[in-house]
Design a protein. Structure first.
Lengths: 325, 321
């Protein structure tokens, strides 16, 4: 049984004819010890999907007309408040883009970590454990830093403190939503390395949301690419980067300049991401697709299996070529 | 003749000492930066937050006053000019900002925003000529004439950045200082804007000072790249050379830190320890020495000079060969 199993998740804001569907039938799994990257551009539904795992999207206005989110086999969409409290922190922990906004500004870092320990591992709620956790995430002088307030720490250190909090509760699943986007490049590399260590040492499962395909290459076991509320491709990371099958994935990879090997001209994707209540007919990517065919505007393609563990939402996937040939 | 020459430019800010402190100190945001920029060239400026790259760009367009040093534009010393004299030169240097929404007046249609720039510099002889020019500018950046009466909020991020560029182009500048022009945009849109900027350079012969933290983007668009650390330039070279054979350990670490899409890349990553030090209290000697993997005793006491290690390849490191 996978640790996390999202099945046909559908999320709407509002109700009736005005409802805006932002997630449409998303299914994915995260196995124990696995890192799954959820990739997509702004507005594709990746963040709300991730927030739904611990029911962090206020509902209403959010509604889940279909689907299930099972953690260890139990559906969080059907849980009571007290059951959800059990899931939050103990099973699932979050790390967000802005660590400064996720830490409480009026409490010392150590106090906040200790509070988390008291909630989830009361027997370990000691100063020694707090220092040990800070040390584990690579914070120098942890005894002193435990007494610091969040604003006294740099962005990278704040993000480490957030990860220490996730470790405090020994959460099985760490959901990291663009954890390095607000950080400098050298600090970004440090945090990615730390996440890799976590996975190696504790077997923590990671659901990492990012728009950066480079990070995918650094850390992901598998990748799900989202576009306009749907998964358009899901594959092992190496396969996806090496032989992307969906035209959107291919276009995304081509549109980023890569260091030391950039062509004269980038291949841009024309147009912009559609808004959720004005989706194109047929395939949602067809107006921007460089490989569009006549019936793409009529037939909404299904997500179909095209190889072991590979799913693609494009009937013409096999007409592909390698990105770097 | 170079289009722009910057000599020993310094921008110092008095640091806020806090309510109860009597210590007065200064932040050396830009500390003795020199470089040249040719006509229609793109010079990339990279560095992490707090390195002074944004302040450098703002000082060149005179949005902040330089503390010391010289800025020469087409052979004229503009850093000491004031009033009308400065205003007439200002037209030649424009700026494009990171946040295309924050830099457009939400109460003005985009036609008015672009027209305002034309009016200020009296670049149109009549109202009709102005409208014609606005429409031509919109077409130039890939927008259509019928969008002229719309407001900024009606556009997507990528379109707004196009408007920001059209506004900069309106006054026929020689140089556009671009401060993180694509970092707020989605990846698929970034490529559109980068391509547009390259096309415009070809068409109008504009030079860019392209400030960004994304080394891959900077390498793609620039002819030469300048790397900044704590207010100082630590390396300057041709884009390809800098990326393939960096001389300064900081540049080497920056390049190594970039995540690459290629899953088969077998490179060994060098992960730099620590944070960028506070510019309020920079380390003595070489400012990079506390994080430097190869620092020696003299690096802790003696500031390295910025020297030409190879033809056209400059670095500020005692150990660079």
């Amino acid at each position: 049984m996978p640790l996390l199993e999202i099945n046909d998740l559908t999320l709407e804001f509002g109700s009736g004819p005005d409802a805006t569907r932002v997630v449409d039938g998303v299914s994915l799994t995260v196995e124990a010890g696995e890192t799954l990257c959820l990739v997509g551009e702004s507005g594709c539904g990746k963040s709300v999907t991730a927030l739904s795992v611990a029911r962090l999207v206020r509902s209403p206005p959010a509604r889940y007309p279909r689907g299930a989110i099972r953690i260890n086999g139990r559906d969080v969409l059907k849980m009571s408040k007290s059951e959800l409290r059990e899931v939050r922190g103990r099973l699932v922990s979050y790390v967000f883009q802005e660590p400064g906004a996720s830490l409480n500004p009026v409490f010392r870092i150590g106090t906040q970590i200790k509070e988390n320990l008291r909630l989830h591992r009361p027997e370990a709620a000691t100063d020694e454990e707090v220092v040990r956790l800070l040390k584990q995430v690579g914070i120098p002088a942890p005894e002193i830093r435990a007494r610091s307030y969040p604003h006294e720490l740099s962005g990278g250190m704040q993000q480490r403190a957030m990860i220490a909090m996730a470790l405090a509760s020994r959460a099985k699943l760490l959901i990291a939503d663009e954890p390095t986007t607000a950080l400098d490049v050298t600090i970004q590399a440090q945090i990615i390395e730390l996440l890799r260590d976590l996975k190696r040492e504790f077997g923590t499962s990671i659901l990492l949301i990012t728009h950066n395909l480079g990070i995918v290459g650094d850390i992901a076991d598998r990748v799900a690419v989202m576009y306009a509320g749907q998964i358009v491709e899901l594959a092992p990371a190496h396969e996806l980067l090496r032989r992307p099958q969906h035209p959107y994935t291919r276009a995304l990879i081509r549109s980023v300049p890569s260091l030391g090997a950039t062509p004269e001209r980038l291949v841009a994707i024309p147009g912009a991401v559609p808004i959720p209540n004005a989706l194109p007919s047929g395939c949602r990517f067809h107006p921007r697709c460089p490989e569009v065919r006549e019936d793409c505007s009529r037939q909404a393609p299904a997500l179909s299996e095209v190889g072991s563990g590979r799913l693609v939402r494009c009937p013409y996937w096999d007409a592909n070529s390698e990105v770097r040939s | 003749m170079n289009l722009l020459e910057v000599r020993r430019l310094k921008v110092y800010y008095p640091a806020d000492p806090g309510l109860f402190s009597s210590v007065r100190s200064t932040v050396k945001a830009v500390d003795g930066v020199s470089f040249e920029l040719e006509m229609a060239e793109t010079l990339g400026v990279v560095g992490e937050s707090g390195c002074g790259k944004t302040t450098l760009g703002r000082a060149i367009v005179r949005l902040v006053e330089p503390t010391d040093g010289e800025i020469w534009l087409e052979g004229e010393l503009i850093s000491t000019m004031r009033g009308a004299e400065l205003r007439s030169r200002r037209r030649k240097i424009q700026m494009v900002f990171q946040d295309p929404f924050g830099s457009l007046d939400p109460r003005m249609t985009i036609g008015e925003s672009i027209g305002e720039a034309i009016d200020i510099h009296r670049l149109a002889s009549s109202e009709g000529a102005k409208q014609e020019r606005i429409e031509a500018l919109l077409a130039d950046v890939g927008l259509t004439a019928d969008q002229v009466g719309r407001y900024p909020h009606e556009f997507s991020g990528g379109q707004r950045q196009r408007i920001g560029i059209a506004r900069a182009l309106a006054v026929e500048p020689k140089l556009i200082v671009c401060d993180e022009p694509v970092s707020a945009l989605d990846v698929s849109i970034q490529a559109q804007i980068i391509n547009l900027m390259q096309d415009l350079q070809q068409r109008h012969g504009i030079a860019y000072l392209f400030i960004a933290h994304d080394l891959a983007v900077v390498e793609h668009i620039s002819r030469r790249i300048m790397v900044m650390y704590l207010g100082k330039v630590v390396e300057l070279a041709d884009a390809g050379t800098l990326v393939r054979r960096p001389k300064h350990p900081y540049t080497q670490a920056l390049i190594s830190a970039v995540s690459v899409v290629d899953p088969d890349s077998k490179r060994q990553r060098k992960i730099l320890p620590g944070d960028v030090p506070s510019p309020l209290n920079p380390p003595p000697g070489c400012p990079f020495h506390p994080r430097c993997p190869v620092a020696e005793a003299r690096c802790r006491t003696e500031a390295p000079s910025f020297r030409e290690v190879e033809a056209g390849h400059w670095a500020a490191c005692h150990l660079a060969v």
